[in-house]
Design a protein around this ligand. Structure first.
Ligand code: ADP
Ligand code: MG
Length: 387
């Protein structure tokens, strides 16, 4: 296997100054809650994106990606909202955002490689941004990896890259996961206050031993066809109809009263998902702390039902993968990520993991769909310098 350093040397003709990497993530529960000021509970994946880089003393960004199969050059002076287009936006956007925040950042020569599946809802985009952000932080002496507060600032810059330059209006969960997660732990992130805590996530240690099985359905429904923005708008409209800043402020114990005050049936269903999903994140944390995986499984199931019926962001491939996993012995399963395709997760007895993956694949084959990819994941570490 050619090393990242060899590839860099081949592409740019000079050895790199270092290698940095950042993980993809999978959200255990708390979907479409981030932009509602709610709670999310992601783990960092063992799968990572690597940025092998050298600082330049001019404003040129030269970036090669093994996944894109091309090298792109961007003059940093031309970077701004929606410019450049294409995958280089995620890289150039980070340097642009750091400059916007007042950091002295110049150009880079970067080679990118990744084993995070792209576009599978496992956040290859934030892994790319955060790997590049980590490289820029070290190479330009920004010290943004030193502690959680600095890492949160780097995460915010990466969010700006994704929102403003790449033009994807996602919340802040992905970048926080890539920069703040700890190995063996899920990250409980309060998207309103920015507060974080680390929840032990060691399924193998629980009695018979369980694993988290991720299935990339490979269903290609574009997330950016307006559905995400529509859900965001409906949530905001529901909050404002209730006279609240965000749906986070709805007391789950008085949910029915709040819903009764909404005239619009669509808003009722959207709000019900958001409020109950935030409560399910709290319940999942409690269940994990109590080693009660049966409850975690039930919460996964309830989350999926809510996302499918109330928030309407699932799709038939996600529903089939979840049903098939449950029938083959999963304690619980749900879609994860923004929806309309992407991945599902299932909590599965270790001894049944292969059978569950086979059952999901068979359900897809029966329907003539592209074969899904299933793999067991553990909670990995956040962005770091590797070499
Ligand atoms: P996800 O983050 O769930 O994988 P997104 O649509 O948010 O899905 O991000 C995927 C996009 O990010 C890709 O289409 C590509 O533009 C960019 N991207 C991510 N990783 C890489 C990579 N290793 N090389 C080039 N582009 C990448
Ligand atoms: Mg993404």
């Amino acid at each position: 296997m050619t090393s990242a350093v060899d590839v860099h040397l081949e592409v740019f003709g000079t050895p790199p100054a270092g290698v940095w990497s950042a993980p993809g993530r999978v959200n255990l529960i708390g979907e479409h809650t981030d932009y509602n000021g709610g709670l999310v509970l992601p783990i960092a994946l063992p799968q990572r994106t690597t940025a092998t880089a050298t600082a330049r003393d001019d404003d040129l960004l030269r970036v090669h990606s093994a996944q894109a199969g091309e090298r792109v050059e961007v003059d940093l002076g031309t970077v701004g909202p929606r410019s450049p287009s294409g995958w280089a936006a995620y890289v150039a956007g980070v340097l642009w955002a750091l400059r916007q925040e007042g950091h002295e950042v110049r150009g880079l020569d970067v080679t990118v490689d990744s084993d995070v599946p792209l576009g599978a809802g496992l956040s290859s985009s934030a892994a790319l941004e955060c790997a590049v952000g980590a490289a820029a932080s070290d190479l330009f002496g920004l010290d943004l990896l030193d502690d959680d507060a600095s890492r949160a600032r780097l995460a915010a810059a990466c969010v700006r890259a994704e929102n403003e330059v790449a033009g994807a209006m996602t919340g802040g969960m992905d970048q926080s996961a890539a920069l703040l997660c700890r190995e063996g732990h899920a990250l409980l992130l309060d998207c309103r206050s920015g507060e974080t805590s680390h929840v032990p996530f060691h399924l193998a240690g629980h009695g018979a031993g369980y694993v988290l099985l991720v299935t990339d359905t490979r269903a290609a429904h574009a997330l950016n066809d307006g559905q995400y923005e529509a859900r965001r708008r409906a949530s905001e409209a529901a909050a404002s109809a209730l006279g609240l800043d965000s749906l986070r402020d709805v007391d789950p114990h008085h949910l029915d009263d709040a819903l009764a005050r909404l005239a619009d049936d669509e808003q009722v269903r959207r709000a019900r998902h958001v409020v109950t999903e935030i409560a399910r994140v709290r319940a999942t944390v409690e269940a994990l702390e109590a080693d009660d995986l049966e409850s975690v499984g039930r919460l996964f199931d309830a989350s999926h039902t809510s996302l499918r019926d109330d928030y309407e962001v699932s799709c038939v491939e996600l529903d089939v993968s979840v049903e098939a996993a449950r029938s083959a012995g999963a304690l619980g399963a749900r879609m994860t990520g923004g929806g309309f395709g992407g991945s599902s997760i299932a909590l599965v007895p270790e001894s049944d993991a292969e059978d569950v993956a086979t059952a999901v694949a068979a359900a897809f084959a029966e329907r003539g769909w592209t074969a899904p990819r299933s793999f067991v994941v553990t909670a990995g570490a956040s962005a770091a310098r590797d070499a």
